[in-house]
Design a protein around this ligand. Structure first.
Ligand code: 3H9
Length: 704
C-alpha cells in the first residue's frame, strides 16, 4: 500500500513516500506525493522541503506494471510530479539511500539539491526494458554530469554507487548514513541563503559543448552495430543530442516522443515480459513463501565429471563446503584439477583474488567413500545419464545420508519419480538440472517429483538464489521443460538437413533470428554423442517417433564435435572457430541420395518458423499438462538456458507477439510438407483454443 507522510523539522517539511517493496512511483504514490508537496509549498510555515523514500530506499522508478495498462499517463503522471518539484519556489532536497533508479532518479533530478548515501545505487536502467528515461532523465542528467558520463549511465543501464559521482553537480553531499537528516540540515541552510530567491534547477544548466557531436556520432556507429536488434540505444543518443542542442522544453518534448515510440516496440514488450517472468519463476502457487526451509550448510556432489565439478564450483563460490565423490581415484583427481584450473584461470584474468581462490579451494573435500558424505545437508547426483546407474546411486544415498538431507538428481531427461521410488524417502528427492557449464549458466530446472515435499522444494528454490541461479520449476516428463522442447527443435533441424538445408545455413538463419548459436554449433559444443545416446534410448522407449538418421551417421564416424576435432564442422586445435567440413558435406549428400530426397532450397524464414514453432508447439503441450507452472516460466528456461534471443522475450512470448491464430495458420501451412513426421505440425489443442478465442499463452486463462 502506498503511503506518503509529512513531518516537520523546524521549518523544513520532510515528505517520505513509500510503496513496498521498492517504492515504485505508481498512481497512488504520485497522487499522495503531489498532494504532500503542494501542501508543503502552500504552507507559510515551511521554508524548504526534503523528499525521502521509506523502508531504507528512495525509489526503483516508475511502476512498470502500469506500462501495460496505460496507468502511467493518468494524472498526476511522473512528469507532473517532477514539474511540481522542479518549479517549487521553496528549495527541495532529495535524500537518497538504497536504490534510486529510473523515474526515482528522475524525480531526484527534478529536486534542487541532492544528498546521497555514498553506497546508494543510482542509475537509469530503462534501456534494459527497451526504453529510455522518459521523465526528464535524458535532459537533466547530462546537464549535471556532462553528455559523455550521461551516455555511459543511460546506455549501460547499470546501477552504480553514488560515490562514483563525487565532485559532480549530481550530488551536493555524500554521507555515510541518515541522508534525510543531512538533507534537512542542507535544506534549512539553503532556505536561509536563498532568502526567497528561486532555487537552482538542472534545466538552467547547459549540456552543450564542442565535443558533443563527434562523441554522439561515434556512439551512434558503435551502438548501431553492437545493439542492432535493440531500438533504444540509438534513441537514447538522439535524446542526449536534443539535450545538447535544443532548449530544455524542446528536449523534454523530444524525449517524450522517443519514449512513446519505444514503449510500443515488440522489443520493449519482450524485455518487460522477461523482467516480470524472471521474478514470477521463483513463485510456486501451492508452496507459499512462508514455507519453512531446511538449512543448507554443506553439500556433497556425486560424480567429478564436467557437470559435477561445475556444480561443485557453484557451492564453493557461495561459501558452502562441498564433498566431491568419485568411484575411481583418477577421475577424482581429474575433477579436483578441473576445479583448481577454473579458479586459476579466474585469478589470471583478474576476476578473482588469489586469497579468495585459496579460500574456496579449502572448502572442497574430495573423497572416494560414501561414508564421508552422510552428514551433508544436500547431495546432488551428477553421474552418467543412465537409469540403472542413477537407481544404484540413490539406493546407496538412501542408506548413507542423514535423515532430512535433500537427495537431488542432476538428471536432464530421466524419470525423477522412478529415481525417488528406490529410496524410502521420496519426499526428500528433487531434481536439480544444471546447464553446462554449470558454474556459468544461470538456469536451474528444479524438478518437482510427485512426492517431493513442499519444504524440499522451497529449500531448493532458496538454494538456487544463494547459488545465483534462476530457478524454474518443472514437473516430471522426459526432458523436463527445456530438453523436451529441444528434442522437437532438433528433430526439425535434422529434417531440414535431409530436405536440402545445410547445417551452416540453418545455424546462420537461427543466429540472424537472434539465437546465440544455431543448433549444429551448439551440438558440436555440447557433444553430438549426448544426443546420440538419448536417441538410442528414445528409439527403444518410443519406436514410433521419427528421426532423421543423419546425426547418427555423423556419430558413427566418431564426429562428436569440438572435443573430437570435428562434428558438423571441422575444428583446429586452439581455435574455437567452426570451419565447413568436406567430410560432412559428402556424408549429407550420400545420405540424401540414400533416402531418395532431391535437395531443395529452403528459405531462412522456413528454417526459423520450423525450429521456433517446434518449440512453441511442444511448449503448449507442456503448459497444458501442467509440467510448466506458467508460460513465462518456459520463456525463462529458453532465455537463460538455451540462448533464445532476449529481445524476443522467449518462444511463448514470441508466439503471443505474432498472435496464436497466425501461429496455428502457419503450422497448418507447414503440415502440407509431406517430409518427416506427418503429425508434427498438428497445433497443440491449447494453441487451437487460444487462437479461436483471441487469447495468448501469457494471458490469464492459458491453462485449461
Ligand atoms: C521508469 O522509471 C520509466 C521512467 O523513466 C519514465 C516514466 C514516464 N515497478 O527485483 P526484485 C517489483 S522504468 C514495478 O525481486 P531486488 C518486482 O517485480 C523503471 N515493480 O528485488 C518484484 O515483485 P514481486 C526503471 C517493480 O531486491 C519486487 O518489486 N526502473 C519495480 O532483487 C522485488 O523486486 C527499473 O527498471 C518497478 N519499477 O531488486 C528498476 N521494480 O515481489 C527495476 C521492482 O511481485 N527493478 N519491482 O515479484 C530492479 O532493478 C530491482 O527490482 C531492484 C530490487 C534493484 C529495485
Amino acid at each position: 500500500m502506498s503511503t506518503v507522510e509529512t513531518s516537520r523539522s523546524g521549518s523544513v517539511a520532510v515528505v517520505r513516500f513509500g510503496e513496498p517493496p521498492v517504492n515504485s512511483l505508481g498512481l497512488a504514490t504520485r497522487q499522495a506525493l503531489a498532494a504532500a508537496i503542494s501542501a508543503a509549498i502552500a504552507d507559510p510555515g515551511v521554508s524548504a522541503i526534503v523528499l525521502a523514500g521509506r523502508n531504507g530506499t528512495f525509489s526503483a522508478g516508475a511502476d512498470i506494471k502500469e506500462f501495460a495498462t496505460g496507468g502511467m499517463i493518468t494524472a498526476p503522471n511522473l512528469h507532473d510530479v517532477i514539474a511540481l518539484v522542479a518549479g517549487s519556489p521553496k528549495p527541495i532536497v532529495a535524500a537518497i539511500e538504497g536504490t534510486c533508479l529510473g523515474g526515482g532518479l528522475e524525480l531526484a533530478l527534478g529536486a534542487h539539491y541532492r544528498v546521497a548515501v555514498a553506497t546508494a545505487k543510482v542509475g537509469l536502467p530503462e534501456v534494459k526494458l527497451g526504453l529510455l528515461p522518459g521523465a526528464g532523465g535524458t535532459q537533466r542528467l547530462p546537464r549535471l554530469i556532462g553528455v559523455e558520463n550521461a551516455l555511459n549511465v543511460i546506455l549501460s543501464g547499470e546501477p552504480v554507487p553514488a560515490k562514483l559521482f563525487a565532485g559532480s553537480a549530481l550530488f551536493d553531499a555524500l554521507v555515510n548514513e541518515d541522508p534525510a537528516g543531512a538533507a534537512t540540515t542542507l535544506a534549512a541552510a539553503k532556505a536561509g541563503e536563498l532568502a526567497g530567491k528561486a532555487p537552482p534547477r538542472a534545466r538552467d544548466r547547459s549540456a552543450a559543448g564542442p565535443l558533443v557531436e563527434p562523441l554522439l556520432g561515434f556512439a551512434r556507429t558503435t551502438a548501431g552495430a553492437a545493439y542492432a536488434a535493440y531500438p533504444a540505444p540509438l534513441k537514447i543518443i538522439d535524446a542526449l543530442e536534443a539535450a545538447a542542442t535544443q532548449s530544455f522544453e524542446d528536449g523534454l518534448a523530444t524525449e517524450r516522443q522517443l519514449f512513446a515510440e519505444l514503449m510500443v516496440t515488440p522489443v520493449s514488450r519482450a524485455l518487460r515480459h522477461a523482467f516480470f517472468a524472471e521474478r514470477a519463476a521463483s513463485k510456486i502457487p501451492d508452496v507459499p513463501e512462508s514455507t519453512p526451509v531446511r538449512p543448507i550448510a554443506s553439500a556433497a556432489i556425486i560424480g567429478a565429471g564436467t557437470m559435477g565439478t561445475g556444480i561443485a564450483i557453484n557451492f564453493l563460490n557461495a561459501g558452502i563446503p562441498v564433498f566431491l565423490l568419485e568411484v575411481g581415484k583418477e577421475a577424482l583427481d581429474k575433477g579436483v584439477a578441473r576445479i583448481a584450473d577454473t579458479y586459476a584461470g579466474q585469478v589470471k584474468k583478474g576476476r578473482l583474488k588469489p586469497a579468495d581462490a585459496e579460500a574456496r579451494g579449502k572448502l572442497l573435500t574430495p573423497t572416494l567413500s560414501y561414508d564421508d558424505i552422510g552428514g551433508a545437508d544436500i547431495v546432488i547426483e551428477a553421474v552418467f545419464e543412465d537409469m540403472a546407474i542413477k537407481e544404484k546411486v540413490f539406493t546407496t544415498l538412501d542408506a548413507v545420508m542423514k535423515p532430512g538431507a535433500i537427495l537431488a538428481s542432476n538428471t536432464s531427461t530421466l524419470d525423477l519419480d522412478r529415481i525417488a521410488a528406490v529410496t524410502k524417502r521420496p519426499g526428500d528427492v528433487v531434481g536439480t538440472h544444471f546447464f553446462s557449464p554449470a558454474n556459468i549458466m544461470k538456469l536451474l530446472e528444479v524438478v518437482r517429483g510427485k512426492a517431493t515435499a513442499p519444504d524440499v522444494l522451497a529449500t531448493t528454490m532458496k538454494l538456487a538464489r544463494t547459488l545465483k541461479k534462476t530457478a524454474v520449476v518443472s514437473g516430471v516428463c522426459d526432458g523436463f521443460i527445456g530438453n523436451r522442447m529441444l528434442e522437437q527443435y532438433l528433430r526439425q533441424a535434422l529434417f531440414l538437413v535431409d530436405e536440402g538445408a545445410d547445417p551452416a545455413a540453418i545455424d546462420a538463419a537461427c543466429e540472424k533470428f537472434g539465437f546465440a548459436m544455431g543448433p549444429f554449433r551448439v551440438s558440436d559444443l555440447a557433444g553430438n554423442d549426448i544426443g546420440w545416446h538419448i536417441r538410442k534410448r528414445r528409439a527403444l522407449e518410443h519406436p514410433d517417433v521419427v528421426y532423421s538418421k543423419i546425426a547418427d551417421k555423423l556419430c558413427e564416424l566418431g564426429r562428436f564435435g569440438q572435443k573430437t576435432g570435428g562434428g558438423w564442422y571441422d575444428y583446429k586445435p586452439g581455435d574455437r572457430n567452426a570451419y565447413p567440413s568436406k567430410v560432412v558435406a559428402d556424408l549429407i549428400a550420400a545420405h540424401r541420395q540414400a533416402i531418395g530426397v532431391t535437395p531443395r532450397k529452403v528459405s531462412s524464414r522456413e528454417i526459423v518458423d520450423r525450429l521456433v514453432f517446434a518449440l512453441v508447439n511442444e511448449g503448449a503441450h507442456i503448459l497444458a499438462e501442467g509440467i510448466a507452472q506458467r508460460a513465462s516460466d518456459i520463456d525463462i528456461v529458453y532465455l537463460t538456458g538455451y540462448g533464445f534471443p532476449v529481445f524476443r522475450g522467449g518462444p511463448m512470448c514470441y508466439a503471443d507477439e505474432i498472435g496464436l491464430y497466425a501461429v496455428a495458420l502457419r503450422m497448418r501451412e507447414l503440415a502440407r510438407n509431406p517430409y518427416g513426421d506427418p503429425g508434427f505440425w498438428t497445433p497443440a489443442p491449447l494453441i487451437e483454443r487460444l487462437a479461436a478465442s483471441g487469447g495468448s499463452f501469457n494471458s490469464a486463462g492459458a491453462r485449461p
